[in-house]
Design a protein. Structure first.
Length: 445
């Protein structure tokens, strides 16, 4: 076991105790509570570049990046200045403003969407996209994939990943809700298929296709750990469009991260609608959905599908999103640098694990990566069922050891980490050094 002095966590512990008295579980989003990995959740005081500093003054190399948005690194000057500039002119208007037009023009140009509508979160984006799909097709059912997570709207909390990624072993087809409080009648409108299983999707669509309004999917999964789609699965997804169901790419995590045109651009996908979040708001609360203009014209006030938001198109949030996307667009080398860093991280983890005899299987695409703590002798982890075989105890011990050595990894086996443009060789070396010790520690008696 480690001989290091335990991290200083007195202030985080005190804050966690106060938080638990007034907030369920002490956090405003479940995975932050470290429930699946154990240990004290660190209360963060500030974040700059690749680093988080907690309430006790400890600094960590950050691999969460606020769960995706901070692709440029924390507190990036371009974003900070854009928000500070917008702040001088008021924080919310409840009436349209120029920045919303500019961001919509930029997003449609980068992604190829015809029209886009801004929301304040990814959940609102996916929820609204489904309503539009139902309104447009006049059909009721949706199809999602086991272990994919699309936010916490009722109809999407069915066999959902992310913080719900446990015990998803019900039958495929019509499935039970993943959360209390979701009426089974809602869940019954959501059919579930297996990710990366083209035959299962074909069969489901052959049986129920004419009732299906939309198939929603993560084009690269981050919420069961990273799962990369096979070309055969992507082809099966496109086949659903032949029967009139809309294909909805949930790019909340992958949008502007895997490329400027998201996973859609990288993988050559042709969805009818896409959903965005995270990077599109540069660390402020923004989501968006968009795509085919004939479908988006069903949205109110143009069309009959109602969707609204008091803070939608918020000027500070639009400014942060614009600054982030413009910085990404004007730095063509950024995706190459993210690729290099993250592939070296993947290679380093694989060889360190092999040296210390810890079985891991690393899934990595661009700046998204998950080390699954299991041996996969042939191929890689492709779906929820395989991901779920990981040794979560070993992952938890490894996570805690990394944290004690100043590396803030994602606090769950079933999440992606996110590398930012602020991560350099210094952080990579520090991470691999800590990982070597953490792997070694796992195997010590
Ligand atoms: N879709 C995906 C793919 C996500 O990863 C998330 C959040 N992690 C959401 C939707 C929901 O976004 P939000 O948390 O902003 O509601």
């Amino acid at each position: 076991m480690t001989t290091q002095t335990p991290s200083k966590t007195a202030r985080s512990e005190a804050l966690f105790a106060r938080a638990r008295a007034v907030t369920p579980g002490g956090v405003n989003s479940p995975v932050r509570a470290f429930k699946s990995v154990g240990g004290t959740p660190r209360f963060i005081r500030e974040a700059h570049g690749a680093y988080l500093t907690d309430a006790d003054g400890e600094r960590f190399v950050d691999y969460i990046g606020s769960w995706g948005p901070m692709i440029l690194g924390h507190n990036h000057p371009a974003v900070r200045e854009a928000v500070a500039d917008a702040l001088q002119f008021g924080t919310s208007f409840g009436a349209p403003g120029e920045r919303e037009v500019e961001l919509a023009e930029l997003v449609t140009r980068l992604t190829g969407a015809g029209k886009v509508r801004f929301t304040s979160s990814g959940t609102e984006a996916t929820m609204s996209a489904l309503r539009v799909a139902r309104g447009f097709t006049d059909r009721k059912l949706i199809v999602k994939f086991r272990g994919n997570y699309h936010g916490h709207a009722d109809g999407l909390l069915v066999e959902a990943g992310s913080g719900l990624m446990t015990n998803l072993d019900g039958p495929l087809g019509e499935s039970a809700p993943s959360s209390a409080g979701v009426p089974p009648e809602y869940a019954a409108l959501t059919l579930v298929s297996e990710y990366n299983d083209p035959a299962a999707l074909d069969t489901l669509m052959a049986e129920r296709g004419p009732e299906v309004a939309a198939v929603i999917f993560e084009p690269v999964v981050g919420n069961a750990g990273v799962l990369i789609p096979t070309p055969e699965f992507l082809a099966a997804l496109h086949r659903v469009q032949n029967g009139g169901a809309l294909l909805i790419a949930d790019e909340v995590m992958t949008g502007f991260r895997l490329s400027l045109s998201g996973a859609t651009g990288l993988l050559g996908l042709r969805p009818d609608l896409s959903c965005w979040g995270k990077i599109i708001g540069g660390g402020l609360p923004v989501g968006a959905y968009g795509g085919r203009s004939d479908v988006m014209d069903f949205v109110s006030p143009q069309g009959p599908v109602y969707q609204a938001g008091t803070l939608s198109g918020n000027p500070l949030a639009m400014a942060a999103g614009l600054a982030t996307l413009r910085t990404l667009e004007t730095d063509p080398g950024v995706y190459g640098r993210l690729e290099t860093y993250t592939s070296r991280l993947a290679d380093g983890l694989k060889s360190l694990a092999a040296e210390t005899g810890v079985p891991i299987s690393v899934n990595r695409i661009g700046s998204m990566l998950t080390p699954f703590f299991q041996d996969v002798p042939h191929g890689s982890v492709r779906n929820y069922a395989q991901a779920a075989r990981s040794d979560t105890q070993a992952f938890g011990a490894w996570f805690r050891e990394l944290l004690s050595r100043g590396i803030y990894w994602a606090p769950s086996q079933f999440e992606s980490i996110f590398v930012s443009a602020a991560h350099t060789d210094a952080e990579l070396n520090a991470t691999l050094e800590a990982a070597r010790a953490a792997f070694a520690d796992l195997n010590s008696p």
